[in-house]
Every structure is written in structure tokens, then in C-alpha cells.
Design a protein around this ligand. Structure first.
Ligand code: ATP
Ligand code: MG
Length: 763
């Protein structure tokens, strides 16, 4: 049938088309992986633009990663046959929030050139606050406080809104006060942390209704991808912008009967967090006669994988309640994966209880079965995967269509080593590995101090790098001054060199440093930012420091510094570059050559590849030990959704692996295959021999006979005895986790999604 209408609508199925063409009123697309949700969103923007319903800057479109935003822009250009001019409001929650905040920084006590702190900076700052309060950092680690504050911010809570019980949880009742002091310090430093980009934005809107109205009026259309992973702060922000009337919380059980609500009864987040939220009682409602906002959210409850970071899958489930009259559209045809892959993924996720459930079908061929391969250890696993990739390459597959998705970022190193040995080009996605290197962070610190003299953390990082006789005592003195006079360190330094409090030598070099910065700031006005960076690295003695260094990696560091300057070329100016650095979650500006992608499962969301390798399917790694130690099923179900996300990234081949021996956090242990392997349907799975060499057959109790489970197990959900025994053993060893809070460190670090700066959401 010849499709009527514009060309970009061709090929859409009727439901997709309805989602694209229903421009007025709220729309929710609730559908499984690979059904074209993201495609629908992109086409919808094309439709809005080509129908003249809004101009590019009147569309607010939220993606989950910066990469996804770029991709969307690209596709949009293809659909419309010309590059879209503008679209300033297409990006992640955090990049858009940050952008709005810069326009109105004064209203939240910041300046428009405020610095965005990363986790390290945040922790250093908190350490100082703990010291000032005489709180033992060993007993009450700054990192833990950072996590608490982050959690509060994700829930949209300012210091005064944190429930007293929670505020008392840290530092013998000082948690709440520390949060407040921290926020004050940020203002003095002219800095915001990641969570502030949204939280301060919410505060801005609440305290300045005129500003809010301005944005409500501007955004004629709002679109949100991956809605199942929005947290409370993001939800509040969206709701402010979309003028949705605030309603009292509706218990979730009224929406989905039988949903597990109290999986973690200790967590203050359990149950209907929204109704308990202070922000929810306030009304931001427009008069009820106002037309419903044109908001379109798409998502999949089976892909909700950021619960550990405060995401509320409930947001998607209560959409109809929040936006009365919403049209809910379901898409059931999967366009991505072959039959076997889709069947395996659907069968696996059916083991979860807390889900809406949905049908997915494909009209694609069955294709190859999902393979499962056991290895002796992780090294052999890496070798096997390396060989298979080389085989694909020989057969003519494009390396850009090959991805390795790991559960925890520590798994990556072995693959990186292997690829270097094989000479296989690869890229790491989701962790700005490059920008996290020490020499890069040093160089960035110089640039940050030039950009924002109040950036104390950056200043402190480089004040004595390279060594210039400004050691701890000097820094301490500067801190005392700064605190007393409530000024930035840099200004304190200016004052101190005028006194005789420092020894002549220190005083001399501090004076010299200040003069240098003044000079660089003046040069900034007349010099290209890339050139300025070279000048700074040169004149500060930083480059020389590495030139003189005799350690093996010094040369590599010098190369990295060069690469840094090169990467700046892509930006208009220093401010733009620094902003980018603070927000990047994926490694940008890398070579455009064909390469294997290496990333965590968390950062693979929304992506697709012909060939997907999924290593490390072992109990204790995937599902993670933390979720095994936990009471209740919520964590385990989230792990299963993660496994489902992994499988559904594959178009043609999905290859699963487990190793019998693995080193986790430095200790070797014998492992057993993941229960998720047992939960795969045997008809769609094939067990293959490891191509890595030694084979794993001789591994005592954990040989192939164990793994025969895969063939026999089918669909029932009883945990095999040997797995229960293992889980019990782990529990009785005490040690890790057990409580909701005990698992925090781990969920934030080793098992983190490896997204933005490794600790934070890619939003
Ligand atoms: P996920 O839940 O993983 O984010 P999704 O629902 O967003 O998946 P898309 O990424 O939009 O799915 O689409 C999956 C694949 O199917 C893409 O390659 C897309 O181009 C393709 N696709 C979607 N709809 C159609 C269609 N009507 N005809 C042909 N291909 C389609
Ligand atoms: Mg998508």
C-alpha cells in the first residue's frame, strides 16, 4: 500500500504511526525492546517540525545519554533531508538542566560560569567539611556522605526537606547539617555538583514562577526517552515544565495489582515515594481548564535498570494518572532481533514477577541460536571472545557491529589487554576513561582555575603540581584565610602573599603562580583556547615535569596531554570545552575507525549491535553478590532486567559466557554459572566449546554436567539446590551487604553502570 503523507512516515506500522501523529495531549508509548520507541520519538520531532507545529527551540527532548542525543539529531537530519538548525533543548536531563541553570545562575546564588564538580572533587570537598566538623573520615567516609547527598538530590530533596531520620543517619546525627554546609560551600566555590543541575533547577522554578512560566510557554512539545528510568527529581522537573496538576499519590497497587512494593521495607523509597515527597504536596497546576500538555514519554518497564540510583519505574506506571486523558500506545513488533534472540530474552524476563507483561513478536528469521560458552577462567574467556571477534572480522563483519557488554567495569581490563595484544581496535563507551587520567585531570584543573578563579578544588589540585614549594602547610594557611574571610582559595592566596605569614621562598612562588594565572586569563581573551592550553602546560612547568620523569608511563602521559589539546579543537571556546568535560559520559572525539565497543550493560541501554558478547554470567558477578546477599527479590529482578537489556541489544548474534574461576576485587574464587543461564529456553540456546584453548572440562564439580541445567531446566523458577547452597554460604559469611545501606559503596563503584564519570547517571 502506498503510504500517504511525508516520506519519513513510510514504513512505520499503524501503532507507531499513531504515536507519531497524535501531537496533541499526553501520549505514553509503553513497549518492549527494539519495537521502535526511540524511532517513534525521532519521527515525532520530524513531524512536529515539518508540520510547522513548533520551531526547533520550542521542543524539549530528553534522551538518556549524550550519545543518544547526537544520534537523534543525526537521524532527524536524515528524515528531514537537511541538517536541523538548533534543537538547543535536545539532550540529557542534566545537560538541559545545566543549560537552563546557567541562564539564571544568579537566582540560585551562582555565576553563569559555575563549575560542575565531578565525584572526586565532591569527595575532596566533603572530606574538608568532615575535618572541620571533627568527624572521623574512617568511620564516616566522605564517599558515603556523597552517596547520601546524591540520593537525596535524586529524590528532589533540598537540605531542609530531608526527613529528620535520614538526616541523622550520618556522622552521629550531623548528616543533614553537613548537606546544608556542603550546599553553602558550593555557592562560595561557584560550583554545582551533578545532582544540582536538576535540583537547583527545580528550586529555581519553584522560587521564581515567572521563570518557570517562561519555560512552560516556550516548550510547546516535550518528549522523553527511557522514561522508566527517571528518578523523582527528573519527574518533578518534568512535571513543573509540563504543568501537570499535582495530585495526591495513588498507591501503586491500584495501578498494577500484585506488584512487589515492599521488597525493601527499610528503604524510605519503598511504597509510594511520591506521595510522601514534600514536593508533591505543592501545586504547580495550571487551571484545570488549560489544555493538556503535549508530552510524549516512551519506555519499557522491563528495562528499568537504575533503581539502585533512585530511578522510579513507578513514574511510567502512573503516567495515565499524572496526565489524565493520556493516550497509551503499545508496540508489539520487534524490528531488531532474530527469533531465537527475542525468544530467549522474553523467556528470561518472564521470570520476573513485578512487571506488566507484554507480547513481543518478530517477523525476522529465527537466525542463530543464542550460544553459551564456559571457560576455565576469565583470561581464557577473553581469549575466546578475542578469537571469535577475529573470526567475524575475517568473515567481513564490521567491528562497529561488535559489542562486549560487561556487568562490572573491572571486567574490562582483561579485554583491553587482549585487544591490545591482538591489535584489535576497540573503544570503551560510558566511562570517560581518558579524561579521568591523572595528567588529564591536572591539565584540566589549570584550565578550570583560569575559567573560574573560585574553583578551589581545581586550584588545590595543582597549586603544588609541579612541585613549587607550596606544600600542605601553605595550603592549610590558605584554607584558614579562605574560611575566615569566606573567599575562594585563589583570592586568599592573593591576600596572603601581601603578608609575611609565608616563608620567603613559598611566598615567592605563590606570587609567581598568581601572576601566571593573571597573565593566562588576560591571554584567554586574545588567544585560541587550544593555544592557551599549550602555553599553560608549558609555562606552568607541567609538561616539563613529565619530560623529566623517568617512569615507564611518562611518555604515554605526554601523548595524552597532546591528545587533550587536540580534543579541545572540537569546541568553540574554553567554557564550552569544560562544560562538555563535565557532562560527557562517553568517550568522545576518538578515532573514527572501525572498532569493537566495550561497555557496561548499564551504558548499553538503547543501543544495538549485530553481534553482542556477554561475558561473566556467573553467580556473584551477574547477578551481583550484593543482590544475592539482599533480602527480597527487588535487586535480583533488576539484575534480570539488566540481563534482558543485554540480550535485546543483539540483532543477529548473542553470545553468553561464564568462567569457572574469576578474580573479583583481587581474590580468585571458583564460581558457578549464573541462574540466568538456567532460565533460558533450551530450544533457543546452544552450548558451545570454548575457543580459548585449555577448555574447562577438568574443573572438578563445575564441569559440563552442571551446566546441563540449561538443556533441562525449561521455564520453572525454582532455584537449583546447589545455587541455594552457594547463596546461603555467602550470606552466612556475613561480610558484605545485608542491609540496604551496606551495599551502597559497591553499587556506586564496582558494580556501577560505568556511566558518566563512572559514578553517576549518563543524564
Ligand atoms: P530499546 O527499548 O532497546 O530502546 P526501541 O524501542 O527504542 O528499543 P528502536 O531503537 O527505536 O527501538 O528501534 C529498534 C530497531 O528497529 C532500529 O534499528 C529501528 O530503526 C528499527 N525499526 C523500528 N521501527 C521500524 C519499522 N517500522 N520498520 C523498520 N525498522 C524499524
Ligand atoms: Mg530506545
Amino acid at each position: 500500500r502506498a503510504a500517504a503523507g511525508p516520506q519519513y512516515l513510510n514504513g512505520l506500522n499503524p501503532e507507531q504511526r499513531e504515536a507519531v501523529e497524535t501531537l496533541d495531549g499526553p501520549v505514553l508509548v509503553l513497549a518492549g525492546a527494539g519495537t521502535g520507541k526511540t524511532r517513534v520519538l525521532t519521527t515525532r520531532i520530524a513531524h512536529i517540525l515539518s508540520q510547522g507545529r513548533a520551531r526547533p527551540h520550542e521542543i524539549l527532548s530528553v534522551t538518556f545519554t549524550n550519545k543518544a542525543a547526537r544520534e537523534m539529531k543525526l537521524r532527524l537530519g536524515q528524515m528531514l533531508g537537511q541538517a536541523v538548525e538548533g534543537m538547543p533543548w535536545l539532550g540529557t536531563f542534566h545537560s538541559i538542566g545545566g543549560r537552563i541553570l546557567r541562564f539564571h545562575a544568579e537566582l540560585v546564588q551562582l555565576k553563569s560560569n559555575f563549575t560542575v564538580l565531578d565525584v572526586d572533587d565532591q569527595v575532596r570537598l566533603l572530606k574538608q567539611l568532615l575535618q572541620a566538623e571533627n568527624i572521623d573520615d574512617k568511620r564516616w567516609p566522605a564517599r558515603m556522605l556523597a552517596g547520601l547527598i546524591d540520593g537525596w538530590k535524586n529524590r528532589g530533596l533540598t537540605p531542609s526537606q530531608v526527613p529528620a531520620g535520614e538526616a541523622a543517619m550520618f556522622g552521629n546525627g550531623k548528616g543533614g547539617k553537613l548537606y546544608a554546609t556542603y550546599q553553602e560551600r558550593l555557592k562560595i566555590l561557584n560550583a554545582a555538583d551533578f545532582g544540582d543541575l536538576l535540583l537547583e533547577n527545580i528550586r529555581l522554578f519553584r522560587e521564581n514562577p515567572d521563570v518557570l512560566r517562561q519555560y512552560q510557554g516556550r516548550f510547546k512539545f516535550i518528549l522523553v526517552d527511557e522514561y522508566q528510568d527517571t528518578n523523582v527529581a527528573q519527574y518533578l522537573w518534568l512535571r513543573l515544565l509540563s504543568q501537570a496538576p499535582a495530585r495526591p499519590g495513588l498507591p501503586l497497587s491500584a495501578i498494577i495489582p500484585g506488584r512487589i512494593e515492599d521488597a525493601n521495607p527499610e528503604s524510605p523509597d519503598s511504597g509510594s515515594a511520591l506521595s510522601a515527597h514534600p514536593g508533591m504536596t505543592e501545586t504547580t497546576a495550571a487551571p484545570s481548564s488549560s489544555p493538556p500538555k503535549n508530552i510524549c514519554c516512551v519506555g519499557d518497564d522491563d528495562q528499568s535498570i537504575y533503581g539502585w540510583r533512585g530511578a522510579e519505574v513507578d513514574n511510567i506506571l502512573r503516567f495515565e494518572h499524572d496526565f489524565p486523558g493520556a493516550k497509551v500506545i503499545r508496540l508489539e513488533r520487534n524490528y531488531r532481533s532474530t527469533g531465537h534472540i527475542l525468544a530467549a530474552a522474553s523467556h528470561l524476563i518472564a521470570h520476573n514477577e513485578g512487571r506488566l507483561g507484554k507480547t513481543l513478536r518478530t517477523e525476522d528469521v529465527d537466525g542463530e541460536k543464542v550460544t553459551v560458552t564456559g571457560s576455565w577462567d576469565s583470561e581464557e574467556e577473553a581469549r575466546a571472545i578475542g578469537e571469535e571477534i577475529e573470526e567475524l572480522q575475517r568473515a567481513g563483519d564490521n567491528l562497529n557491529e561488535v559489542a562486549i557488554l560487561v556487568r562490572a567495569s573491572f571486567q574490562m581490563r582483561e579485554f583491553e589487554d587482549r585487544f591490545v595484544t591482538l591489535g584489535l581496535p576497540y573503544r570503551v563507551i560510558g566511562g570517560p576513561r581518558f579524561y579521568e587520567r591523572a595528567e588529564i585531570r591536572d591539565a584540566l584543573a589549570y584550565l578550570r582555575v583560569i575559567n573560574s578563579p573560585a574553583d578551589d578544588l581545581a586550584f588545590e589540585r595543582i597549586v603544588n603540581v609541579p612541585k613549587r614549594g607550596l606544600g600542605d602547610a601553605t595550603v592549610q594557611l590558605l584554607h584558614d584565610h579562605a574560611r575566615k574571610r569566606r573567599m575562594p582559595l585563589f583570592e586568599a592566596a592573593r591576600a596572603v602573599v601581601e603578608t609575611d605569614e609565608l616563608k620567603p621562598k613559598a611566598r615567592g612562588s605563590l606570587r609567581e603562580l598568581i601572576l601566571q594565572f593573571d597573565r593566562w586569563r588576560a591571554q584567554r581573551e586574545v588567544t585560541a583556547h587550544t593555544e592557551l592550553a599549550e602555553i599553560v602546560l608549558d609555562e606552568s612547568g607541567y609538561t616539563e615535569m613529565w619530560q623529566k620523569d623517568r617512569s615507564a608511563d611518562a611518555a604515554g602521559r605526554l601523548d595524552n596531554l597532546k591528545e587533550l589539546v587536540r580534543s579541545m579543537e572540537e569546541f568553540e571556546n574554553l567554557q564550552g570545552f569544560l562544560e562538555h568535560i563535565s557532562l560527557v559520559m562517553d568517550r568522545d572525539g576518538g578515532a573514527e575507525e572501525e572498532a569493537v565497543s566495550l561497555m557496561t550493560l548499564h551504558s548499553a541501554k538503547g543501543l544495538e549491535f549485530d553481534n553482542v558478547f556477554l561475558p561473566g554470567w556467573e553467580e556473584g558477578l551477574f547477578p551481583s553478590q550484593r543482590t544475592l546477599d539482599e533480602q527480597g527479590r527487588a535487586g535480583l529482578e533488576e539484575e534480570r532486567r539488566l540481563a534482558h537489556v543485554g540480550l535485546t541489544r543483539a540483532r543477529r548474534r548473542a553470545k553468553l559466557y561464564f568462567a569457572t574461576n574469576r578474580r573479583i576485587h583481587g581474590t580468585w574464587s571458583t564460581t558457578i554459572p549464573s541462574r540466568f543461564l538456567d532460565e533460558l529456553p533450551s530450544a533457543n540456546v546452544e552450548i558451545t566449546e570454548s575457543k580459548g584453548g585449555s577448555g574447562w572440562g577438568g574443573s572438578g564439580g563445575y564441569g559440563p554436567s552442571r551446566f546441563d541445567n540449561v538443556e533441562s531446566f525449561g521455564s520453572s523458577y525454582t532455584t537449583p539446590g546447589w545455587q541455594r547452597a552457594q547463596a546461603n554460604r555467602n550470606r552466612s559469611q556475613g561480610g558484605r551487604g545485608g542491609q540496604a545501606r551496606g551495599g551502597f559503596e559497591e553499587s556506586q563503584s564496582s558494580f556501577s553502570g560505568g556511566f558518566s564519570r563512572n559514578k553517576r547517571g549518563p543524564m
